[in-house]
Design a protein around this ligand. Structure first.
Ligand code: SF4
Length: 247
């Protein structure tokens, strides 16, 4: 089963018993190891996480997905889908779900336990206010992990200008319901986005898995938030359609 995408130097998971002993500190309820929090989605990343990311022993860029400004995301605290006011970085999901890429279903444990991010450290089912406190700490953005002057920064800015997440959301339904101008604009964005994700790994040698960090989730993926799918017609033209409820 291929689901954990860990760097070769990721430490081995801590055995269950040792984890329980670590967590059973006086005055706290032990974690029941149910894994629900990890299966519901990986954490957003905060300033406290910069050190573990830079150390090379925690999450790498291939494990991080950027959720760009304007994307609709589910807030685990408010339990609502809301557009982001600014971008956030989050540990990516596995196998097309949001279940954290570092959670092992087979072992029922976190595979980077000692390097887990701040939100994971704060999560306590018995005391959710601890997570609320971490939530309010400063979240990091792509520029916190890319050195000043890096040539990709300019390309990332250009990508944000050409394919803004808000605009994809605004055009999705009109494009799928007969608005040809909206469909043409959306097609241009998707082609641009597809091309960037293909060319950058080819020309830089960067891992294709890291493109979701540099450019956020693919435009095609964002369309699904608006119940819209894209197909290629004969002749290569893109056609947008609404996805029926429940499919
Ligand atoms: S990093 Fe570890 S503790 Fe945090 S959500 Fe992922 S699997 Fe769970």
């Amino acid at each position: 089963m291929k689901w954990v995408v860990s760097p070769p130097d990721t430490p081995k998971p801590i055995p269950y018993q040792a984890r329980m002993e670590k967590m059973n500190t006086p005055g706290t309820e032990p974690c029941k190891q149910c894994g629900n929090c990890c299966r519901e989605g990986g954490p957003a990343l905060h300033v406290e996480d910069l050190e573990i990311i830079r150390s090379g022993h925690g999450p790498d860029l291939v494990h991080i997905v950027t959720l760009r400004k304007g994307e609709h995301v589910y807030d685990q605290l408010t339990h609502r889908f809301e557009p982001l006011k600014s971008e956030i970085l989050k540990l990516r999901g596995s196998q097309g779900t949001w279940a954290c890429t570092f959670y092992s279903n087979e072992a029922a444990m976190c595979t980077i336990y000692d390097q887990r991010p701040a939100e994971c450290r704060a999560l306590d089912c018995q005391a959710p206010e601890k997570l609320m406190e971490v939530y309010s700490h400063e979240r990091i953005a792509r520029t916190d992990l890319i050195p000043d002057g890096h040539p990709l920064l300019e390309l990332m800015d250009e990508h944000d200008r050409q394919c803004p997440a808000e605009e994809i959301g605004r055009l999705a339904t009109p494009a799928a319901t007969g608005d040809e101008e909206a469909a043409a604009k959306l097609e241009h964005m998707i082609r641009y986005d597809d091309e960037i994700r293909k060319l950058v790994p080819e020309r830089t040698g960067l891992d294709a898995e890291s493109m979701d960090f540099f450019f956020g989730r693919p435009a095609r993926t964002l369309l699904r938030q608006f119940a819209t799918a894209v197909n290629l017609e004969k002749g290569g033209k893109m056609v947008f359609r609404k996805i029926p409820k429940g499919s």
